[in-house]
Design a protein around this ligand. Structure first.
Ligand SMILES: NC(=O)c1ccc[n+]([C@@H]2O[C@H](COP(=O)([O-])OP(=O)(O)OC[C@H]3O[C@@H](n4cnc5c(N)ncnc54)[C@H](OP(=O)(O)O)[C@@H]3O)[C@@H](O)[C@H]2O)c1
Length: 345
């Protein structure tokens, strides 16, 4: 049975949740798909490029504290991937919305080294979706990113596997839970800062919460979705973006009291000229609209297709395990064929 060498680049909330889920789902992966794994590389900005060619122990992975076995320790991503004999790179470093770096360089290095890439980092799709997908195709590997936009909500796989040739004309989404939480806290009489702290406490805020409240995170997500699902080439500057920072507390409370609370809504629409227009802005949501039931950390997407006027997906209260599952599902889908052919030998 093939044992896949996994490398975790980024070992923060998501990377550690993934390590725990890999351990928890080992039986299912082995029994249902013939997939065996070991984590041979872990890297973070502060800890550097750690490797363990025989695999880090389960105890280390579960505790989130790993110690490198390699001497000398690799000093860059290429050396690290080689030392760890990486089969699959999980890229979960922090989002850098303007350039998508260094996550793009990490993904490129892994594909060039012959590894599959599974990422939760949206920057890679916004800034390099075509390049990385083509490189993956050229190398016979997969570049997968289901966890990047809405944890484990199956969006990309839905269009890839289940809705072939359906044309997407528009979509809208509540894609950022920090802003929903902050607006709800303000509506309940608390301050903006208390709202941000609540989102941080829930573990949903980006490393820098300004990315959430100023609409960058939602803008990155709308670009990612439009570029992959609509064949657009949107960059962040193409999104007409307004965050929630300049909403007045009284406005937020009045809208909530009137039964049409504000939510940060991201939208994209394919216009008649063939161009995709995208916005992110606070909208008041009426009770009959698809996003009316979206509260707290719930995320939702509503699609308009040529074959179906409306399709709404709602992900209720996702957590870190849900994000980790998005990565795990991509991993299984990327390698199950390989694992099967290895067990047939
Ligand atoms: N949290 C969620 O619910 C969620 C959901 C979907 C997608 N995502 C995406 O998943 C990614 C990770 O999120 P998170 O919540 O796990 O963030 P996090 O807790 O802040 O962890 C980020 C990790 O990346 C490492 N890192 C950052 N820059 C690096 C660099 N240049 N080189 C090597 N390592 C680097 C950090 O190392 P240091 O700690 O040493 O700085 C840390 O280990 C982000 O792109 C985020 O947008 C998160």
């Amino acid at each position: 049975m093939k044992i896949f060498n996994l490398c975790l680049l980024g070992f923060g909330n998501v990377g550690r949740a993934l390590a725990r889920l890999l351990v928890e789902k080992s039986e299912e992966m082995r029994g249902q798909f013939g997939i065996e794994w070991r984590v041979t590389g872990v890297a973070t900005r502060r800890a550097g490029w750690l490797t363990a060619p025989e695999g880090f122990s389960i105890e280390e992975l579960l505790s989130g504290e790993v110690t490198s076995r390699a001497q000398p320790q690799p000093t860059n991503v290429k050396e690290w991937l080689a030392a760890a004999r990486c089969d699959v790179l999980f890229e979960t470093t922090s989002l850098e919305p303007q350039t998508g770096e260094p996550a793009i360089s990490h993904a490129r290095a892994a594909l060039e080294a012959g590894a599959h890439v599974v990422t939760a980092n949206k920057g890679t799709i916004v800034h390099a979706y075509r390049e990385l997908s083509e490189l993956a195709r050229e190398k016979g590997r997969r570049f997968m990113f289901e966890a990047a936009v809405a944890d484990c909500l199956p969006i990309f796989s839905l269009f890839r596997e289940t809705l072939p040739a359906a044309r997407l004309s528009a979509f809208g989404g509540v894609l950022n839970s920090t802003t929903t939480v902050v607006l709800e806290e303000i509506a309940a009489g608390r301050t903006f800062g208390e709202g941000v702290r609540r989102a941080q406490h829930l573990g949903v805020a980006e490393t820098d919460p300004a990315h959430d409240v100023d609409g960058w995170d939602a803008a990155v997500k709308v670009c990612a979705l439009a570029n992959v699902l609509m064949g657009a080439s949107l960059k962040l500057e193409d999104v007409c973006r307004r965050g929630i920072r300049d909403l007045k507390d009284e406005e937020v409370r009045a809208a909530h009291a009137a039964g049409r609370p504000f939510k940060l809504v991201a939208r994209a629409r394919l216009n008649e000229d063939g161009k995709v227009a995208a916005t992110v802005r606070p909208e008041r949501v009426a009770p009959e609209e698809p996003f009316a039931s979206v509260t707290g950390t719930t995320l939702a997407l509503h699609f308009e297709l040529d074959v179906l006027p409306g399709l709404t997906l709602i992900e209720h209260d996702p957590n870190l395990k849900s994000t980790a599952y998005g990565l795990l599902a991509d991993f299984i889908n990327a390698v199950k064929g390989e694992a099967q052919s290895a067990s047939d030998l």
